[in-house]
Design a protein around this ligand. Structure first.
Ligand code: UDP
Length: 499
């Protein structure tokens, strides 16, 4: 498809954004032969190179942009949301605008060297500044939301329609959604609840998100069939063409059966691996089908010591098998042993001895666990990558949303897809007996458990169909990506014939 073209991609500096951007870059490169440049701060580029980037393809380039966190009042080496104290994330987001100048220089360098500007820029939805950068260099910006349709729309609409200060009992309609989709005030992150347009978060979010709406179009990491209405609402609200090109997952995990021995385990520098995929798989092999609960809150969230304690009590009381990825609560380190403040006395020894649970420190091979036939449910913070990974394997969820657009993802999973039960939200307190009740409900082979498992299996099939390549049966996401590429190529041809 097309000739010798070049696309420049700029993800937000967070694990959950870098990975889908790299997956998209690989797909476009493989389909077109174009040169793709992913530009980011040095630490993130080094991170990608030392972990998941194993390609030796010279047409997939990773470029380091000059950036210094200390110039923005951030601790040095905090170029990724993962390394940051939570109260500095607003400053970090605001500082990401300083990438606009080096990105502009990069585009101009490419233009001079290749005699034409890149075909387009694909930048994170938070980088509204990219619209002007692209225009001034004679190209277009396409905004990429690494989240789903529902979450993207809710997040954008809530930031663009401030304020939302209401009393604790209030429910309200989110602009862009039908009346039946009502949000409760407890589902709003505290930044959004307090935002009025003049605070640090609003001053970053509002201009960036609204400028993003001036992009040529939007790519969205979802599948048309799994949330058709939300994607339609997103199109109506943004007034942009929205190409649904997800799920951006390693292809073997979207095939009927995984090639034996396949592993996507990534070595994460700076993290304690804790457990190998083989160990997890061997442990899961001993369990019954659909019987194990997998628990993980993503790459950056943690729960409080009291929440950990109640979660442990509920898990043990349920007598269900589980794999729990434990990250230390804020302020604690997990170099050594689990601490008595977080877990009931003797918990680790008891559940290990009884083979009830596998406790994993910091990081687990999530896709390998979710794709194992013994995994029956996923207790998740509802980060969009985790949601897509779970549903792609037909695994229903228990929601515990914490930040970003996770509450809206959870709301959709419960109300629209009927594949999840929400346990709690953020920092709300939780009791062991409620944890036990929800785990038993969701892992049950009858009633609600059976219903959400059936719905998740249907979504798994829709997701797998969406990435089919063959002939007339081409899946919707493959078609959407091709359509997007044809669109931007024909725009360039028209431009060249005029110019
Ligand atoms: N992940 C993993 N092992 C872990 C925790 C997370 O492999 O122990 C991966 C997970 O598979 C997903 C990503 O990290 O691809 C987390 O992304 P998500 O959007 O779910 O949440 P975020 O980390 O952005 O909050």
């Amino acid at each position: 498809m097309g000739g010798d073209e070049h696309i420049v991609m700029v993800p937000l500096m967070a694990h959950g954004h870098l990975i889908p951007f790299l997956a998209l870059a690989r797909q476009i490169q493989q389909r077109t032969g174009f040169t793709i440049t992913i530009a980011n701060t040095p630490l993130n580029i080094q991170y990608l190179k030392s972990t998941i980037y194993t390609d030796s393809n010279p047409k997939l380039r990773l470029v380091e942009l000059p950036y210094s966190s200390s110039d923005h009042g951030l601790p040095s080496n905090t170029e990724n949301t993962e390394n940051l104290p939570f109260d500095l994330i607003g400053t970090f987001y605001a500082s990401s605008k300083s990438l606009s100048t080096p990105v502009h220089k990069l585009i101009i360098d490419i233009k001079e060297k290749e005699g034409k500007p890149p075909l387009c820029m694909i930048t994170d939805v938070f980088f509204g500044w990219a619209v002007d950068v692209a225009r001034s260099a004679g190209t277009i910006n396409v905004t990429f939301s690494t989240s789903g349709g529902y979450g993207t729309l809710a997040y954008m609409s809530l930031w663009l329609n401030l304020p939302h200060r209401k009393t604790d009992s209030d429910e309200f309609r989110i602009p862009g959604f039908p009346d039946r989709c009502r949000l409760h005030i407890t589902q709003l992150h505290r930044f959004l609840r307090m935002a009025d347009g003049s605070d640090e978060w609003s001053r970053f979010m509002q201009p960036q998100l609204s400028q993003s709406l001036g992009s040529y179009g939007m790519l969205c990491n979802t599948v048309e069939e799994i949330e058709p209405q939300a994607v339609e609402w997103l199109r109506n609200y943004t007034k942009l063409p929205v190409w649904t090109i997800g799920p951006l997952l390693p292809r073997p995990f979207l095939e009927k059966s995984l090639p034996s021995g396949f592993t996507d385990y990534k070595q994460h520098s700076g993290k304690i691996p804790g457990v190998s995929p083989q160990m997890c798989v061997e442990w899961l092999d001993l369990q019954d089908p659909d019987s194990v609960l997998y628990i993980s809150f993503g790459s950056q969230n943690t729960i409080s010591p009291s929440q950990m304690m109640e979660l442990a009590i509920g898990l043990e009381g349920s007598e269900k098998h589980f794999i729990w990825v434990i990250r230390p609560p804020v302020g604690f380190d997990l170099r050594g042993e689990f601490r008595a403040e977080w877990l009931p006395e003797g918990f680790e020894e008891r559940v290990t001895k009884r083979k009830q649970g596998l406790l994993v420190k910091n990081w687990a091979p999530q896709l390998e666990i979710l794709s194992h036939k013994s995994t029956g449910a996923f207790l998740s913070h509802c980060g969009w990558n985790s949601v897509m990974e779970s549903l792609s394997q037909g695994v229903p969820l228990i929601g515990w949303p914490m930040a970003a657009e996770q509450s809206y993802n959870s709301m959709m999973l419960v109300e629209e897809m009927c594949v999840s039960v929400e346990l709690t939200r953020g920092t709300l307190s939780i009791e062991g007996k409620e944890v036990k009740r929800v785990i038993e409900l969701v892992l049950s082979k009858t009633g609600k458990g059976e219903e959400i498992r059936r719905n998740a299996a249907k979504i798994r099939e829709q997701m797998r169909a969406s990435v089919k390549e063959e002939g007339e049966e081409k899946g919707s996401s493959v078609k959407a990506l091709d359509e997007f590429l044809r669109n931007i190529l024909s725009r360039r041809q028209v431009q060249q014939s005029i110019g």
